[in-house]
Design a protein around this ligand. Structure first.
Ligand code: ZN
Length: 279
């Protein structure tokens, strides 16, 4: 069973590939990137950026249709570094994702992604003790859940489209300055694979029968595709070629299934005729 926690500085078993990416920061959308990390012209005329928004990877996982997971707080070499987050900052990340996917064209439906905050411990011993305590606390909260009040959204609006510190970040800094220890997490943002025939994805894609996964434009109007461990931007010709290829592939599958159905029905019919004749 997959462990529900990480150990600080450990190297994880997962590798970066077509469906896994590690990020050392939490800049969800392009407007969260600090100005110094944005495009700069070099003396050779080419443009470089030192940091890319998480949105670009999420967009590529959606557009390939196969899904994938972005791990915030794992370094490029697979080392667990972690991101310290207060409850308010966790809420900021969740709302930031909802805001981002609402700006995609078409908007991304809520069932296509999940965000999970997985705690980091300093070693296995601490992990075992804390997980045991958490499980006990969970039982208590479940028992007391009769007086549960439903979540009604943040008390103060988070500044979701800015590169500057939000009030929740300032709150975390002052809390940490007064000696409070803030919990460290790996944030797992998972995009689910497109399911042509699934109840939730049915009739939501392109083409009435083929139901191919939608191609999403990100908050800047770009569409990315995942290739091994990087993203490439597609132009309209690339998109047309891709749509043609995927439609053909999907139709082949549908035709094959229909042919198999016909064969099965024909053999059933034959059996019935033979039975009738013999009786
Ligand atoms: Zn905030």
């Amino acid at each position: 069973m997959k462990k529900n926690y990480y150990i600080q500085d450990q190297i994880v078993q997962i590798r970066e590939d077509h469906c896994n990416e590690f990020k050392g920061h939490k800049n969800i959308s392009a407007d969260n990137l600090p100005p110094h990390t944005k495009k700069k012209k070099t003396k050779y005329g080419s443009e470089t950026t030192s940091r890319r928004a998480i949105s670009r990877t999420l967009n590529s996982f959606l557009n390939t249709g196969n899904g994938g997971t972005v791990y915030l707080g794992i370094l490029d070499n697979g080392k667990v570094n972690g991101i310290t987050l207060t409850e308010y900052q966790k809420e900021h990340i969740e709302l930031g994702l909802i805001d981002l996917f609402g700006r995609y064209k078409p908007p991304v439906k809520r069932h296509r992604y999940t965000v999970k905050f997985v705690q980091i411990y300093k070693d296995e011993k601490e992990a075992e003790e804390c997980e045991k305590k958490n499980a006990e606390n969970k039982n208590i909260t479940e028992l007391e859940s009769n007086d549960y009040t439903p979540y009604t959204g943040p008390k103060t609006e988070h500044d979701l489209r800015s590169s500057k510190h939000c009030w929740c970040d300032k709150d975390a800094i002052s809390s940490s300055n007064t000696g409070n220890e803030i919990t460290s997490y790996i944030v797992e943002i998972k995009i689910y694979k497109w399911d042509h025939d699934g109840i939730l994805d049915k009739n939501d894609g392109i083409g009435e029968y083929v139901n191919i996964h939608p191609i999403y434009e990100d908050e800047e109007g770009n569409s990315y595709f995942r290739r091994e461990v990087s993203q490439i931007s597609y132009n309209i010709c690339d998109l047309e070629r891709l749509a043609r290829y995927e439609t053909e592939k999907r139709c082949k599958d549908i035709i094959y299934n229909l042919e198999e159905d016909i064969k099965r029905l024909e053999s059933l019919l034959k059996c019935e005729t033979v039975e009738k004749k013999s009786s």
